[in-house]
Ligand binder design. Structure first.
Ligand code: GYE
Length: 306
């Protein structure tokens, strides 16, 4: 283990790998499922996990990583809340010869020697899939389609990329107009609050694109509160496909969900073992995922794990 003992690589008195893991927070159903996956897989892999919750604050993550370095863990894994500003602390880990694995979210560091691997989804692709559904849905109409967008946490990789991928696809047709776009911080409460404001200032919203299920679910409450029918008066596209989102999709309140898998634990532990053993690992591991229509959600729901 990495507690500073004298048994060679990694320190400690046995061969147990110690992983320091800095989680973003507990902002969404996705995050809860991700945390569970990481904790359960660490146990199954015999890896000792030092788990730290950053409550959506970069400064807390930097503190946690510094503390992992001080404790001389064998490997550090973290899901960076935002993309920028990581070079100093990642350099500290590198100088201490502690390998780092990025999980779920990316950093924008130019120096890719600062981490061994990045395991997670292709968020640009997810945004594109959301846009492609919309293009298909409105292919027979030439009327303007007024879209409002609930963005994820400002500066986070999934917010940046889901926005960009979606915009790239819909900009091919001028009838698609994003009339409002604001962050809902990936939470239900904020999703509801911001959607209420959107509804007040825009009488004619056709589509909501929410960067995750939770914000979409909050927005559904706002839409119903305004006397409109979610899924009909306002069509809704979200990302994640957690249980509550899939239920709303099966119930007709959401129209389409782009899947983003939170079950990264097993692959993360596998990467960690290899990295600690000094083996080569791929610098990018992309999660495989699909999309769901209302009919597909009804079929998939009973066997959904999260
Ligand atoms: O989509 C959202 C969560 O980083 C992919 O973070 C993750 C996102 C996920 O809060 O629900």
């Amino acid at each position: 283990g990495g507690t500073g003992g004298d048994a060679g690589a990694g320190g400690g008195t046995d061969d147990t790998i110690v992983m320091g893991f800095s989680q973003v927070g507990a902002e969404s159903g996705w995050r809860t499922a991700n945390t569970k996956s990481v904790q359960e897989s660490a146990k199954a892999a015999g890896i000792e996990l030092k788990f730290s919750d950053a409550q959506q604050r970069q400064e807390n993550q930097i503190k946690a990583i510094r503390s992992f370095i001080q404790q001389r863990v064998d490997v550090i894994a973290f899901s960076p809340v935002v993309e920028s500003g990581w070079d100093p602390v990642l350099n500290e880990a590198k100088n201490a010869k502690i390998p780092v694995i990025l999980t779920d979210r990316a950093v924008d560091s130019q120096d890719t020697s600062l981490y061994k691997s990045f395991l997670g989804s292709d968020f640009i692709e997810e945004g594109k899939k959301a846009g492609q559904w919309l293009v298909e849905e409105y292919k027979d109409s030439s009327d303007t389609v007024n879209i409002v967008e609930l963005q994820g946490t400002t500066g986070s990789a999934p917010a940046n990329d889901r926005k960009a991928g979606f915009a790239e696809v819909i900009q091919a047709d001028a009838k698609f107009k994003i009339i409002a776009s604001q962050t809902g911080d990936f939470t239900r409460a904020k999703g509801k609050e911001v959607m209420e404001a959107f509804l007040k200032s825009n009488p004619d919203i056709d589509v909501l694109y929410a960067h995750n299920d939770d914000m979409g679910l909050g927005a559904i409450e706002a839409i119903e509160g305004a006397g409109k029918v979610p899924g009909k008066d306002i069509k809704i596209i979200t990302v994640d496909a957690v249980k509550d989102g899939m239920q709303a999709l099966a119930d007709g309140k959401i129209n389409y969900i782009v899947e983003c898998s939170p079950l990264l634990g097993p692959q993360l532990m596998d990467l960690a073992k290899k990295v600690v053993a000094g083996e080569e690992v791929p610098t990018r591991v992309v999660t495989e995922e699909t999309t769901f229509t209302q009919e597909q959600a009804k079929e998939a729901l009973p066997s959904r794990q999260y």
